[in-house]
Design a protein. Structure first.
Length: 170
């Protein structure tokens, strides 16, 4: 898998995060004074697991933490998976092809949170569809959620045209 990811260039980090369980410490805290050894420390870890791998992920996390560290959930949710077929997928592809004949709608696992989890509780399948045409030299994945995150105006206009076609067809 690493060889295939390497061929994807800048987007490899974004895609790679959706192909495996991940855990990232995002907040650390301990002590109240510089010259006092703290009695305890806390860490918040943002963990994401693949659909069907929650138990494996938690077991791995507990093994890494060891027996002297207590884990508590601040927020826990499920990982979703759906098939990539149906009328909405067909409408996505048709809208894309009208603007770019070689473009293809492809299935993708989002490594972030999504409202689809709430809709899934209601039995509603969801798809993310954010068409955006980016120049190959733009490191979009490297700017993602950064202070300089941006997209070219032409790429945004492309996305608006595709979404307009998609909404007209749906």
């Amino acid at each position: 898998m690493d060889e295939t990811l390497a061929k994807l260039g800048g987007i490899a980090k974004l895609i790679g995060a959706s192909l495996k369980n991940t855990a990232n410490p995002t907040q650390l805290g301990a002590g109240y004074k510089v010259n006092v050894i703290p009695g305890q420390a806390t860490a918040h870890v943002d963990g994401r697991f693949l659909p069907g791998y929650e138990e494996e992920f938690l077991a791995d996390l507990d093994r890494v933490l060891g027996p002297r560290v207590r884990r508590e959930d601040v927020h826990a949710d499920k990982a979703l998976e759906t098939t990539f077929d149906g009328a909405l997928v067909d409408a996505m592809q048709t809208a894309l092809s009208a603007e770019d004949p070689i473009a293809r709608a492809v299935p993708y696992m989002l490594s972030a949170g999504t409202d689809a989890k709430s809709f899934d509780d209601l039995g509603i399948r969801c798809f993310g569809f954010s068409p955006l045409q980016l120049p190959p030299e733009l490191d979009f994945a490297g700017m993602f959620h950064g202070v300089d995150e941006r997209v070219p105006v032409d790429g945004l206009k492309f996305g608006v045209r595709v979404l307009d076609r998609f909404l007209d067809a749906s």
